[in-house]
Design a protein around this ligand. Structure first.
Ligand SMILES: NC(=O)c1ccc[n+]([C@@H]2O[C@H](COP(=O)([O-])OP(=O)(O)OC[C@H]3O[C@@H](n4cnc5c(N)ncnc54)[C@H](O)[C@@H]3O)[C@@H](O)[C@H]2O)c1
Length: 339
C-alpha cells in the first residue's frame, strides 16, 4: 500500500476537505491518521462514518504550539497535511487579525513543530485567492500574485513561509492552490450550496447575482485528495506550489442551468443585483462579497507534468454526488450560511 508505515496528521481533519483526506489516507494504507482540529467549523459528523482503529482524534488548536508539538511527537507523525484555517471571506474582512492569527501563525506553529520533530513532509492548503483578479485565463502558477481579500493575503503569506522553511531548513513542503472545492460534506454558504439547497431541498428558483456571467472553476474533492497522495510519494513536489483545479470555467448562470436540468424541475432563475457587501432581497441571509472575482480558472498543467495528476470527475457527476449526500443529510445545511 502506498502510504504503508506512514503516520499522518491532518490539521482541520474534521472539516470538509480534511475529512476526505482522512478517509482516503486510511484507504491508501496509512499506519495511523491523526485528526488535529479545534472543531470551530469542523464536526464529528464528517468523521463518524469512518470505522477504523487507525484513526485518532485530538481536539486542539494550531495556535496551541505546545499541544500541537506534543501531539506530533507522541503520535510519531511522519507527514502533516495542514488544512486548518479560517476561510470565511466576509468574516475575514471584518476580523482580519483573527484570520491572520490562525492562517499565518497557526501555519508557522505547524512548520516549527515539523522541524522539531523531523517530520518528512508538510502539505499546505493554499487558495486561488492568492491571485486576485485574473490578468490572463487560465491562471498558472506564474500569474501575478495580488491576493484577493485579507483571506488571500493570509494564505499567500503562509504559503511563502512553507517555501522559506523548505529553502532555509530543508523541510519538505508542498503548497496547493485549490480553486473552488465541492463535493459531499461541503459546508453551507457558497453559491453552489445555495443553489442546491434552494432547488433540491426547498423547490425554489436559484438566485443569481448580477447577470451570472462570473466564471468559476470547480474541482471535485476526491480528485483533490489524489493530488495530495501523489505529492506525498513524489520527491519532485518538495518546495513546489501547484494549482489544483478542473482547469475549466463555468458561468454562474450555466451552473444554475446545470442544476435545474439535473433536478428536472422547471423553476427558472431569479436574477438579483445587490451591491457588493449587501444582502439579497430574495435570500436575506446571503451577502454579495465585496470585490467579487470576475473570472477564476486555474491552469493545472504543472500538477499534471510533475505529479501526473489530472482531475477525473466531471462537474455534472460531482454535483450529483453532493446532491445525493445532502438529500440524505438535509439537516447539515439547516444552519446559517458561513460567510
Ligand atoms: N473549500 C474550498 O473551496 C477551499 C478552496 C481553497 C482553499 N481551501 C482551504 O482548504 C482548507 C480546508 O477548507 P474546508 O473547505 O475543508 O474548510 P472547513 O471549515 O470545513 O475545514 C477547516 C477545518 O479547520 C478547523 N480549524 C479551524 N481553525 C482551527 C484551529 N485554530 N486549530 C485547529 N483546527 C482549526 C475547523 O474546525 C475545520 O475542521 C482550508 O485551509 C481552506 O483555506 C478551501
Amino acid at each position: 500500500m502506498v502510504l504503508e508505515g506512514k503516520n499522518i496528521m491532518v490539521t482541520g481533519g474534521a472539516g470538509f476537505i480534511g475529512s476526505h483526506l482522512v478517509e482516503e489516507y486510511l484507504k491508501w494504507g496509512a499506519e495511523k491518521v491523526v485528526v488535529y482540529d479545534d472543531f470551530s467549523s469542523g464536526t464529528m459528523e464528517n468523521l463518524n462514518h469512518i470505522k477504523s482503529n487507525r484513526l485518532k482524534i485530538i481536539k486542539g488548536s494550531v495556535l496551541d504550539a505546545i499541544l500541537l508539538n506534543k501531539a506530533i511527537k507522541s503520535e510519531e507523525i511522519n507527514i502533516i497535511d495542514h488544512q486548518a484555517a479560517k476561510l470565511e471571506v466576509y468574516s475575514g474582512i471584518l476580523n482580519v487579525k483573527k484570520e491572520a492569527r490562525v492562517n499565518i501563525f497557526g501555519t508557522l506553529n505547524v512548520l516549527e513543530a515539523a522541524i522539531k520533530n523531523k517530520v518528512e513532509k508538510v502539505l499546505f492548503a493554499s487558495s486561488a485567492a492568492v491571485y486576485g483578479q485574473a490578468k490572463k485565463v487560465p491562471q498558472d502558477e506564474m500569474h501575478p500574485l495580488e491576493p484577493h481579500w485579507p483571506y488571500g493575503v493570509s494564505k499567500l503569506c503562509a504559503e511563502r513561509y512553507c517555501i522559506q522553511y523548505n529553502r532555509l531548513y530543508g523541510l519538505n513542503t508542498v503548497a496547493f492552490r485549490y480553486s473552488i472545492v465541492y463535493g459531499p460534506r461541503e459546508w453551507f454558504g457558497r453559491v453552489l450550496t445555495m443553489f442546491i439547497k434552494r432547488i433540491f431541498l426547498e423547490n425554489k428558483p436559484p438566485v443569481v447575482f448580477g447577470d451570472g456571467t462570473q466564471i468559476r472553476d470547480y474541482v471535485y474533492v476526491k480528485d483533490l485528495v489524489r493530488a495530495h497522495i501523489l505529492a506525498i510519494i513524489n520527491e519532485k513536489s518538495n518546495g513546489e506550489v501547484f494549482n489544483i483545479s478542473s482547469g475549466k470555467g463555468i458561468s454562474i448562470k450555466d451552473l444554475a442551468h446545470l442544476l435545474l436540468e439535473i433536478s428536472g424541475k422547471n423553476l427558472g432563475i431569479i436574477f438579483d443585483n445587490p451591491k457588493e457587501g449587501e444582502v439579497s432581497q430574495y435570500q436575506p441571509e446571503r451577502i454579495r462579497l465585496p470585490s467579487e472575482l470576475r473570472v477564476l480558472v486555474l491552469d493545472n498543467r504543472k500538477a499534471n507534468e510533475i505529479l501526473g495528476w489530472r482531475p477525473e470527475t466531471s462537474l455534472r457527476d460531482g454535483v450529483i454526488e453532493e446532491i445525493k449526500w445532502i438529500m440524505a443529510n438535509p439537516w447539515r445545511w439547516q444552519v446559517k450560511p458561513r460567510v
